[in-house]
Write a protein of this length. Structure first.
Length: 115
């Protein structure tokens, strides 16, 4: 299983970004996907996730109300739309896929929010 994250970049506070994560090497759709983020010196933080079976979503408190996660099972792709970005959203964002008790991580995409 491979995950390719993209969409990070530099944005001003109040702006928006859309992160994407494309999965390959997995044939079925019975996996959950999510986003985490990490800044140097801190633990990786949960951002959002979306379940495979009913599409239900969950968000971390830090992004709740400002972000939307979605997935397309046919395309094996997940997106995270982030709005009203704040400097504290600056981090490397990682996508994660969970299947049959195993977790797979993408390489990360850097989001930098300037004040």
């Amino acid at each position: 299983v491979q995950l390719q994250a993209s969409g990070g970049g530099l944005v001003q506070a109040g702006g928006s970004l859309r992160l994407s994560c494309a999965a390959s090497g997995i044939s079925l759709n019975n996996y959950n996907m999510g986003w985490f983020r990490q800044v140097p010196g801190k633990e990786r933080e949960f951002v959002a996730n979306v379940r495979w079976n009913d599409g239900s979503t969950g968000y971390g408190d830090s992004v709740k109300g400002r972000s939307t996660i979605a997935r397309d099972n046919a395309k094996k792709t997940m997106w995270l739309q982030m709005n009203s970005l704040k400097p504290e959203d600056t981090a490397v964002y990682y996508c994660k896929l969970s299947n049959r008790g195993r977790d797979y991580w993408g390489q990360g995409t850097l989001v930098t929010v300037s004040s």
